[in-house]
Design a protein around this ligand. Structure first.
Ligand code: NZQ
Ligand code: ZN
Length: 391
């Protein structure tokens, strides 16, 4: 087990009606805020009005910026930074999903910095204190509500890139499962794939003595599979929505990283897809992750056997472990398909799945990161081969 330091300070306020307390939580930090949200779902659901009156009740002054698109864009981040500077704002409230939260985190970084916020996405270390932020989560998926990450697309260069820093965890995350009842089936499914992959990326590690986090990963993946099946049939069942919301939080709050190093190549390969084609992150992962597994499983067959057996109840064939490992990968793909998501590039009409695209995406990855993958290191040719397997 590796050495680690872990401090997740995000306060989680979970449960029915919790959004009505948002003013009280903000009051501890600020009396003037930037309210940041997406393309309109919060207005349609009535959440926007409830949030506004909760803020009014505590006399919190509000400057607003809506319009965050899925795969959030750098241009809106810059608009937000300008607003925060103009109005001397030092707290941001993000109401929405990963895209709104990440846009808020990027604004928080840039608002206390004189240069170009994109510097940090290109590798500059954050050494100043970003603005503080709070979250009202409306979709369990990205786990950004208490993660150290923020992923933004530079629409001029089509580079989608993350920045990681313990300084950008939200101060609080309000999580009311009822707010997710309005999610369309597709978004619910994309969110489930994303949280599942956050665990899977960590599960495939080269660390040997990590029984505690292995067990946590397996238990959590099983809980997601169990509730995913039910959620599509009963989208307004509070208990099922609550299980999925909690799973999304734990999958990415850092606790499953303790003592181990995750892989993350499937995520890097997905970010290229959503940068170019603007597809939902979870939908992209349903394509890149099984292909990645098919390419790397021989690196550690026993781990893939354990995954097959512990997560998908595949019976172990002691005389043919490779067969068991492959059955596990088959089950993984079946699980994603059971959520009505495509698992192959050729099934997504807007993607032109050919070698020209695969090489372009691999080239962008290599230029940005050098190699990717910590479980198995991947270079240009490996990345192209995985995209071919995903075709
Ligand atoms: O914009 P609105 O109108 O609000 O609609 C959103 C959006 O169209 C809709 N939605 C959200 N809550 C809803 C709802 N519709 C109805 N009812 C609700 N309650 O859902 C759509 C998707 O929202 P989005 O925020 O994009 O989803 P998600 O949470 O999956 O975030 C995806 C982004 O997070 C990044 C992804 O790359 C992607 O850019 N990630 C961030 C991470 C992090 N910061 O830690 C880690 C992840 O691996 C991921 O990369
Ligand atoms: Zn993800």
């Amino acid at each position: 087990m590796k050495n680690f330091r872990y401090h997740n300070y995000t306060e989680i306020i979970f449960g029915k009606d919790s959004e009505n307390e948002v003013g009280i939580h903000i009051k501890k930090y600020a009396s003037k805020i930037l309210l940041h949200y997406g393309g309109g779902s919060i207005k349609k659901s009535g959440l926007y009005d409830r949030v506004k009156s909760a803020l009014e009740k505590e006399n919190i002054e509000v400057i607003e910026l809506g319009g965050v698109k899925p795969n959030p864009r750098l241009s809106l981040v810059k608009e937000g930074i300008k607003l925060c500077k103009e109005h001397n704002i030092d707290f941001i409230l993000a109401v929405g999903g990963g895209s709104v939260i990440d846009s808020s985190k990027a604004i928080a970084i840039g608002a206390n910095y004189d240069g170009d916020v994109w510097d940090f996405f290109m590798g500059k270390k954050i050494e100043h204190e970003p603005l503080k932020l709070g979250v009202i989560l409306t979709i369990p998926a990205a786990g950004s509500e208490s993660s150290v990450s923020c992923v933004i697309t530079n629409e001029e260069t089509l580079i989608k890139k993350g920045v990681n820093s313990p300084l950008i965890r939200p101060m609080f995350a309000i999580m009311n499962p009822e707010l997710t009842f309005t999610l369309p089936k597709y978004q619910t499914a994309c969110g489930i794939v994303d949280m599942f992959c956050h665990i899977l990326e960590r599960y495939f590690t080269n660390e040997l003595h990590v029984d505690v986090t292995d067990g946590l990963c397996e238990g959590l993946m099983k809980a997601i599979i169990k509730n995913a099946e039910r959620i599509l049939k009963e989208p307004n069942n509070y208990e099922i929505r609550a299980e999925i919301m909690l799973a999304g939080l734990i999958a990415h709050n850092g606790s499953l990283d303790l003592g181990r190093v995750g892989d993350w190549a499937s995520h890097n390969m997905e970010h290229e897809l959503s940068a170019i084609y603007d597809i939902a992150h979870g939908a992209g992962l349903a394509i890149t992750t099984p292909a990645w597994a098919k390419y790397v499983y021989k690196h550690n067959i026993p781990r893939f056997v354990r995954f097959a057996n512990q997560v998908f109840n595949v019976e172990v064939n002691p005389f043919n472990l490779e067969e068991t490992a492959l059955k596990g990968i088959e089950e993984l793909e079946k699980f994603f398909r059971s959520l009505d998501l495509p698992t192959r590039l050729s099934e997504v009409s807007e993607i032109k799945a050919d070698d020209e695209l695969f090489k372009l995406m691999a080239q962008k990855i290599v230029e940005t990161y050098g190699t990717i993958g910590r479980f198995v290191t991947l270079e240009f040719d490996d990345i192209v081969s995985i995209y071919r397997l995903a075709k």
